[in-house]
Write a protein that binds this ligand. Sequence first.
Ligand code: FA5
Length: 367
Amino acid sequence: MDSNELQKIEKTAKNEVSGAKNLDELNDLRIKFLGRERGALTLVLRNLKNLPQEERKIIGKNANHLKILTEELFEKRGEELKKTEFDSILKKEWLDVTRPGAKIERGSLHPITLVRCEVEKIFSSMGFGVVEGPEVETEWYNFDALNIPKDHPARDLWDTFWLKPAQTGADGTRKVAENFLRNSASSLRSSALLLRTHTSPVQIRYMQSHNPPIRIIAPGRVYRYEATDAGHDIQFHHVEGLMIDKHISIANFKAVILELFKKLFGKEVKIRLRPSYFPFVEPGFEVDLSCIVCNAKGCPVCKKTGWSEIMGAGMVHPKVFEAVGYIPRNQQGFAFGIGLDRITMMKYKIPDIRLFHSGDLRFLKQF
Ligand code: FA5
């Protein structure tokens, strides 16, 4: 061991410490030079005892001096590296708190949902409850109980999607659903399955489990196997209505419907009742609303007539009361089925019903 060796250690330490690229590298170097076991300077100091006394004095002094110097080198380089690392973190994670936030895309309710909610609110304010029923129905509820027996020509009024007998899923879910529907008709009743063509079966289900007085609406999706055009789709929505008590008349029906339209459209509207045939009401009529899309001037929605057929209605037929187990003469009432899509078109002046299911965001984003 001589002074040359110490100078060599000093030179390498200076070079390597100043060249350390990060704190890990610096730590390795610290072990290399100052490490307790095998650090270059530690070994020098440890071996001092083997040197002659004179040499030990000089080398010892120089080695201690170098140790202090090297520790200062590490300290200084450590500070530099910490600052560089901190600066790079700051650069990476820098956040401009004054920058305006990114706009969160929000969905909106479908126009039909908006109008459905509004219709429900208006009917609720007139004391009507809101009930629902299954979209997959049995033939008995959709037709038979509504006084539309098999082979009756009136069935042709409702072009029906019939369902094939269901495949049972591994978990038996479809079977359970089918059994539920079939059991809720009786075993003697027709249990073929279909997609309901109107929400009138909900009034049957409700009357089976409730006695008059009744005041309900039944909104929901319905299906028909028919050609589509600006005013017709194969999947649309009905709001069925039913009001039954001892002395309910068509005058009550008119008052309720005019109140609905007045509140929904925010102004008095014109309606007209045309005699019509529905097997489950007598008398039956269709209600036309003067076309709001074109202000009754004529457009594709009203087929250029100025009127749009909006609903079917009438006084509940005694046969329907019989089907649900009521004594026909004990009560009377009206029922109606509003085309929800049609009144939505009127409210928002939508010229084509097919837009509702087009999935076109340019259309949907307007609501
Ligand atoms: C019925 O379905 C009856 N259940 C309504 C009813 C209930 C009458 C209670 C009497 C008593 P209709 O098939 O007319 O009736 O349908 C009712 C309304 O649904 C129509 O007035 C019309 O506004 C709308 N509608 C009918 N077919 C379509 C279709 N393909 N696309 C869109 N809306 C339709």
